[in-house]
Design a protein around this ligand. Structure first.
Ligand SMILES: *[C@@H]1O[C@H](CO)[C@@H](O)[C@H](O)[C@H]1NC(C)=O
Ligand SMILES: *[C@@H]1O[C@H](CO)[C@@H](O)[C@H](O)[C@H]1NC(C)=O
Length: 222
């Protein structure tokens, strides 16, 4: 599960930091914003062309329904939604704005199918999206997209999208390694301008100015 991974990395780093003081920051600096793009940081495997640094967006499949896909350009603008308490206890959701006039579209972790019980696809559908999905926050020193109950996010060339250079996103619910033909990714929020809509329960999330510019070699290695 995503949380345990990040929490144990933090525990390890805290130990290292206390025994080896250094003037180099060990986590990338971030700022705070309601709006962000979700940028894929490849942590194992890759696709061809590389999808490292690509942004999460949507590929429409019907009225109000879309697959979550990665694309090298035009990433969608997302925000974390929920009361302060929901955000703190990781029970909020991730939303985006779509349509004219703007209405919410949520990041959805789809239900498993019998053919792929341990793997589910991600969508961006009109409506509320899946709960317990958000951006990690204090005391986690790194801000990433999490979804409770899963192993992580993978970018896979599963569905052909005519004319679109994109990889469909899947989420794994059991520890089975990187699925064949997929890259394991971590999503990092990159601070962005808002969509123009006002979000009464939009939360402030930690986000990075330029994910592609982060030199991970000077921070921790996971
Ligand atoms: C981002 O990817 C690099 C290269 O795989 C890795 O060293 C780093 O730990 C990743 N960052 C996060 C937050 O997973
Ligand atoms: C946003 O969060 C608030 C507070 O929990 C909730 O009332 C509202 O339904 C959520 N909005 C969407 C579109 O999910």
């Amino acid at each position: 599960m995503v949380f345990i991974k990040t929490a144990s990395a933090f525990a390890l780093l805290s130990t290292l930091a206390s025994t080896a003081p250094t003037s180099t920051p060990i986590y990338p600096p971030y700022s705070n914003s309601e709006s962000f793009n979700l940028i894929a940081n490849v942590t194992s495997g890759d696709l061809s062309p590389s999808i490292n640094g690509w942004g999460l967006t949507s590929y429409h499949t019907g009225a109000g329904t879309a697959y979550a896909v990665l694309s090298p350009s035009s990433p969608r603008i997302f925000y974390a939604n929920g009361t302060a308490e929901e955000i703190r206890y990781n029970s909020g959701n991730i939303l985006s704005d779509e349509g004219t006039p703007l209405f919410p579209g949520g990041l959805v972790i789809n239900a498993p199918t019998t053919s792929t019980p341990s793997e589910v696809s991600l969508s961006v559908n009109a409506g509320v999206g899946t709960s317990n999905v958000g951006i990690t926050h204090f005391p986690d020193p790194v801000n990433t997209l999490y979804a409770l109950g899963g192993e992580g996010f993978y970018a896979c060339e599963r569905v052909p999208f005519p004319g679109a250079q994109s990889a469909v996103m899947v989420f794994q619910t059991q520890s089975e390694g990187v699925p064949a033909g997929c890259a394991e990714v971590v999503f990092l929020p990159q601070c962005s301008e808002g969509s123009g809509a006002v979000h009464p329960t939009g939360a402030v999330s930690g986000c990075y100015a330029d994910v592609a510019a982060i030199d991970w070699s000077i921070y921790y290695s996971s």
